[in-house]
Design a protein around this ligand. Structure first.
Ligand code: ATP
Ligand code: MG
Length: 275
């Protein structure tokens, strides 16, 4: 377990073990994070902060998981990173460039993709029209990106004329992710991609997310399904009351007794003791 606020905690997808050897001063940062948030304070209403100084680093090629209780501020963090909630203190950088409080359209241009938790497709448009909307900033690249996307999501290619509103929950999530990928983002922010899906469809979503990550897209994923999220992510952060509570590799967090007790549920133990 490591302190997420320690900037020497550089680990990468290629060497997740590196987090173990990151006591202050021992690690050298070979690469800069693709996305980095420092000490973010943000909220919706004047005088009410939802994020209370949280930090996040995503290194190139990493899949980062963010878990935490309902209302912890996970969606708010993604929205703040994507310019949808104003940041009151702290900073966000993309490959070292300051992007704090840039508007969403500028962030898309700069290489940040975002798939919100809900309302993430245009229901009255077809699949292909939805994908076109994802690339409105670079229409000339459409044919090229479409090929990449249909390769990653063959079902969308087979059904390109179908209205997005008639897709199943899982297909809709694929559609939303595909649309965000049309711009070939440097980092993709996903808010609960498995929400509302059956266990089998959830697994498919996690596998697809990992595949997209392996194809070279750095990903920051918020997940309600904490155990599965920790199984597939390189590193994770536990957010609680708008602050980082724990961080570490997915395995470190999944094995940490405190994290298990506080955030992963103790149902098995409770059921046993109730017998
Ligand atoms: N538009 C809004 N206006 C005011 N308060 C909001 C708004 N959206 C969220 N909040 C508040 O911010 C807090 C954090 O909400 P957020 O949606 O970030 O939590 P979360 O960790 O994503 O929760 P969940 O796991 O339920 O999705 C909550 O107390 C919520 O009521
Ligand atoms: Mg949320």
């Amino acid at each position: 377990m490591t302190d997420a606020t320690d900037p020497t905690n550089a680990s990468s997808a290629s060497s997740p073990e590196a987090t173990h050897a990151t006591q202050a001063g021992t690690a050298t940062l070979e690469r800069e994070p693709v996305l980095s948030a420092k000490n973010l304070v943000a909220g919706y209403l004047p005088g009410v902060n939802i994020l209370n100084g949280c930090d996040l680093d995503c290194y190139p090629g990493e899949l980062i998981g963010i878990i935490g209780p309902n209302g912890a501020g996970k969606s708010t963090l993604l929205k703040a990173l994507f310019g949808l909630v104003s940041i009151r203190e702290g900073s966000v950088t993309l490959q070292g460039e300051d992007i704090t409080n840039l508007k969403a359209n500028k962030l898309v241009q700069a290489g940040v993709g975002f798939v919100p938790q809900t309302n993430n497709v245009f229901p009255s448009l077809s699949i292909e029209e939805n994908l076109q909307m994802g690339l409105y900033l670079r229409p000339r690249k459409f044919a090229e990106r479409l090929e990449v996307i249909y390769d990653l999501f063959p079902v969308l290619g087979q059904r390109k004329g179908q209205r997005a509103g008639s897709l199943s929950g899982g297909e809709r999530q694929s559609m939303a992710m595909a649309r965000a990928l049309m711009m070939d983002p440097k980092v993709l922010l996903l808010d609960e991609p498995s929400a509302g899906l059956s266990p089998v469809r959830q697994d498919e979503t996690f596998i697809r997310t990992r595949r997209i990550n392996k194809a070279g897209v750095s990903i920051v994923m918020v997940e309600q399904n904490a155990r599965r999220c920790l199984q597939i992510c390189d590193r994770g952060y536990v957010l609680d009351q708008g602050k980082n509570a724990y961080s570490g590799t997915g395995k470190e967090l999944a094995d940490d007794p405190k994290v298990i007790e506080l955030y992963l549920g103790t149902l098995a133990k409770d059921v046993d003791s109730a017998r």
